[in-house]
Design a protein around this ligand. Structure first.
Ligand SMILES: Cc1cc2nc3c(=O)[nH]c(=O)nc-3n(C[C@H](O)[C@H](O)[C@H](O)COP(=O)(O)OP(=O)(O)OC[C@H]3O[C@@H](n4cnc5c(N)ncnc54)[C@H](O)[C@@H]3O)c2cc1C
Length: 419
């Protein structure tokens, strides 16, 4: 039987990774506190594709069966390339679990499984420092309060004991800066992505398939989520007006309709009748994959996970699942070390050893995911056929098996030897 470890761990960011980390720790009977800067939990970007490895991870968190009820299994797929000469269709198999989840369903299900008061919203972390006396991190919040290692009775603005900080604060992570990842600058793809839902109150006619329609450098992906709801995304080259367009849903829809000239009528109708409030247009940033080979993932008792560590772009639809995998591996490594320790206090050495183990398990996994996504993104970005040819050749050598990334097992959160 595990001991209950009372010490609080602070998780910065209440997105997919932050909540998954809190839930994974909770499953291992370790308390944590999630600080989220927004007034309420947000789920930007309509939906998320979750593939077999992601479902395995959600099962470990104990929420797979709840979420499966909200999303149909996709049975197969087809690429349709459209040109002035007509359409060419190439089917592809989907042999493992593949479903598309509403982001709000994922976020809310994780949040509902956490103990009350685990999540503190309106809590933006503005800086993090290491206390010179205790060597433990202290966090400064935007409301002026400080979270640090010791209770300070004289100062009402200083709160109680937190020694471990897990940075799940996404693409513009300040915790990643603290760990030292700022030396590796994030770069932009030339492609941007728009996403949204279309609801068909009387049911839609789409089969349970992932359809990818492609004309020039515009790609449309269509995935039914339920018998009435369809998730779709469009990738196209970014333009200088995108920052203005992205602020107005009507402008996003108008720009999508313009870039979809030549697509089938049913696809144009789907975009025209989309749910405007589900629309998002996103410029895509990525951390160069090779930076993940040498960068630090942790510094003392501060560690990073999710997009804060490995923002990749959505091209193989694995960023969210990789973040949940991070959460499970991190919780498992911490739990093993903490439950084996004699002292119930969190010791620096124990935490550091747990983080070393986490890094060892995750480094190559996130490197290969990032590299695969980077190459697919560069293929879409490429204007010259020579560059496209070179990228495709590298992909054939390195990623001949398109399903390689599904075959990863992040391990279990259930009782293991040594727990
Ligand atoms: C267009 C697009 C499509 C995608 N599609 C897929 C897909 O189909 N499948 C898939 O697996 N992945 C997909 N991804 C990737 C996936 O969305 C991300 O990998 C995932 O959301 C990362 O989760 P995260 O919790 O690390 O970061 P985020 O979701 O960015 O969450 C970070 C959280 O931290 C909070 N925060 C930030 N700074 C602070 C601070 N200083 N203090 C407190 N809180 C803070 C933010 O408000 C936010 O809630 C897609 C990404 C994009 C851009």
């Amino acid at each position: 039987m595990n001991r209950i470890v009372e010490n609080e761990i602070v998780i910065v960011g209440g997105g997919i990774c932050g909540l998954a980390t809190a839930l994974a720790l909770h499953r291992k009977k370790i308390k944590s506190l999630v600080l989220e800067k927004s007034e309420e939990l947000r789920a930007t970007g309509a939906a998320i594709i979750v593939q077999a490895n992601g479902w395995h991870a959600l099962d470990q968190l104990g929420i797979g069966s709840i979420l499966r009820q909200t999303a149909i299994q996709i049975q197969g797929g087809k690429f349709i390339s459209i040109s002035d000469d007509g359409q060419k269709e190439v089917p592809f198999g989907i042999n493992q679990e593949f479903r598309c989840l509403k982001r709000t369903d994922l976020i809310n299900t994780m949040a509902n499984c956490l103990p009350m008061e685990t999540i503190r919203t309106s809590s933006k972390v503005v800086s993090i420092e290491v206390d010179s006396a205790t060597h433990y991190p202290q966090l400064l919040l935007s409301n002026g309060s400080i979270l640090q290692a010791k209770v300070c009775p004289k100062s009402p603005r200083i709160f109680a004991s937190d020694k471990v900080v897990i940075g799940c604060d996404g693409v513009n992570s300040i915790i990643a800066n603290m760990v030292g990842l700022h030396q590796t600058k994030l770069l932009h793809f030339s492609t941007c992505v728009a996403r949204g839902f279309t609801n068909y109150p009387n049911g839609h006619q789409f089969p349970s398939e992932f359809a990818v329609l492609c004309r020039g450098q515009v790609q449309l992906g269509i995935i039914p989520m339920t018998h009435k709801l369809v998730y779709w995304f469009i990738t196209r080259l970014s333009t200088s007006q995108d920052s203005t367009i992205s602020r107005d849903s009507n402008l996003i829809r108008q720009s999508l309709m313009e870039s979809m000239e030549g697509f089938p009528i049913h696809a144009m109708d789907m975009i025209q009748s989309c749910e405007l409030n589900s629309l998002h247009l996103t410029n895509l940033k990525y951390r160069p994959p090779w930076d993940l080979l040498l960068s630090k993932f942790h510094k003392g008792t501060i560690v990073i996970a999710g997009d804060a560590l490995h923002v990749t772009g959505p091209f193989i639809a694995q960023g969210g699942s990789a973040s949940i995998e991070d959460a499970i591996v991190l919780a498992r490594c911490l739990a093993q070390k903490m439950h084996n320790a004699k002292n119930t206090m969190i010791e620096r050495r124990i935490v550091s050893e747990a983080f070393d183990k986490y890094v060892k398990e995750r480094r190559m996994r996130v490197f290969w995911l990032s590299l695969n996504s980077f190459l697919v993104g560069k293929k879409l970005d490429a204007k010259s056929w020579i560059v496209r040819f070179i990228v495709i050749a590298i992909m054939i050598v390195l990623f001949r098996d398109p399903e390689w990334h599904l075959r990863y097992n992040c391990g279990t959160l259930h009782e293991e030897e040594g727990d």
